[in-house]
Design a protein around this ligand. Structure first.
Ligand code: APR
Ligand code: PHB
Length: 385
């Protein structure tokens, strides 16, 4: 079998890339290790920047998003119970949309016409410095797809980045000493907008998926076990970390999903190796505090799609040559913002009382400075591509 592009991974990055390519007449097969149902069962974040909304429209997959997505004109920050709203609309005339990553994935799956091979085992990348091909196992047989380019959209634990010789790759990493314990519940959100809260006992986030489904998180130590957290323990801890009025208004219920996600900052450089490209979580990880993971994956694949379309349509290598440097510049800015939001809002046992005073000063500065609020708003709603 032959395809112009082989995409490894059918998460949002792989599916979006595949869709943009198929609309431009470039053929791309997607190889995914898991089943479609498994991919749709993953609960992930759900805040879309304007650029990601625009990309869903370009992919002709934005219809349901416009119907069901919730436009948010701002977010609320809270520090030891003191609130500060960041009004995106008033500060910079922009907004974000709350629409779950699971829904983005579903819409892209539905829109896709071309082949996605699910449950492709033992995917291996070959000869991406010369004549690339990809092999995988399915039904006891090994299959081979020859191609011009390979796109590694297979997430942090995928095979693509691991296939690159260690000497060709530089990685930058920061692992935080805590994770987020998240609960999904069929109850209306406690507030119209998201609340990011700092408390001496740790960070908390009130998020949402729809007018009837909420997503809440609390910071927990990195080695915490989810089994140690009954629903009632979770709700009690969350209430403590919110201001009293919000805690009072919180509608609790039986969790429909509960899990702990570690927090990590990670970037690989470069993102092109001959005829192999990395995009999305395969290339970088951000802590979820700035809601940047999905949006970065979207801006990577928009750039990669344009580069590949130019290559096949106009025989131009300018786009593929520029891809890595271009997307890394935006990636590092999102890394910086996600690290900053994380640093402001979490508790860091090692920085002690001094660290908390610095965080308080940062919060007070933000509360009193339009410039600081504009900076947050600009980064949160998405820097230009
Ligand atoms: N072979 C084939 N597929 C693989 C392999 C492999 N060896 N390893 C991983 N995959 C698949 C995974 O099963 C997954 O479906 O690649 C896909 C990668 O999808 P994501 O992890 O969702 O990554 P990405 O598409 O880059 O999306 C980034 O996901 O983790 C969030 O915060 C992140 O929102 C961001 C988004
Ligand atoms: C979520 O709804 O899961 C969510 C929202 C905003 C974040 C992180 C996660 O910053």
């Amino acid at each position: 079998m032959r395809s112009q592009v082989v995409i490894v991974g059918a998460g949002p990055a792989g599916l979006m890339l595949g869709r943009l390519l198929e609309l431009a007449g470039v053929d791309a097969v997607i190889l995914e290790r898991k089943s479609a149902d498994y991919v749709l069962g993953r609960i992930r974040a759900g805040v879309l920047e304007q650029g990601s909304m625009d990309l869903m429209d370009r992919a002709q997959a934005g219809q349901r998003m416009h119907q069901e997505g919730l436009i948010h004109q701002g977010v609320e920050l809270s520090f030891d119970g003191d609130g500060q709203r960041i009004d995106f609309a008033a500060l910079i005339g922009r907004h974000v949309m709350v629409y779950g990553q699971t829904e983005v994935t579903r819409d892209l799956m539905v829109a896709r016409q071309a082949t996605t091979i699910y449950e492709a085992e033992d995917v291996e990348l070959h000869d991406f410095d010369g004549n690339p091909f990809v092999t995988y196992r399915q039904g006891g047989l090994t299959h081979r797809i020859d191609c011009t380019f390979i796109a590694g959209c297979d997430g942090y634990h995928g095979v693509a980045r691991r296939s690159v010789p260690a000497a060709a790759l530089t990685t930058f990493e920061r692992v935080y000493p805590f994770g987020w314990l998240g609960v999904l519940v069929d109850r209306p959100p406690v507030a119209h907008e998201l609340i990011y809260a700092h408390h001496a006992r740790g960070f908390a986030l009130c998020s949402q998926r729809s007018p009837t489904r909420s997503r809440y998180y609390v910071q927990v130590p990195a080695d915490e076990k989810v089994e140690a957290w009954s629903d009632s323990r979770f709700w009690d801890e969350l209430r403590i970390r919110l201001n009293p009025a919000t805690a009072e208004a919180l509608q609790t219920g039986a969790s429909i999903e509960k899990s702990i996600a570690p927090l990590r900052s990670f970037v690989a450089e470069p993102l092109r190796f001959g005829r192999l490209f990395l995009a999305g979580d395969a290339a970088h990880i951000v802590p979820p505090t700035g809601a940047k993971g999905l949006n970065l994956a979207m801006s990577d694949v928009a750039a990669l799609a344009d580069a590949l379309i130019d290559f096949f349509g106009e025989h131009s290598v300018a786009g593929i040559d520029a891809y890595s440097a271009k997307v890394l510049s935006r990636i590092w800015k999102a890394e910086r913002f996600s690290w900053w939001m994380t640093s402001l809002l979490h508790t860091f046992p090692e920085t002690g009382a001094f660290g908390r005073r610095i965080q308080r000063a940062e919060f007070d500065y933000l509360a009193g400075s339009v410039a600081a609020q504009q900076s947050l708003a600009e980064n949160y709603t998405g820097l230009p591509t």
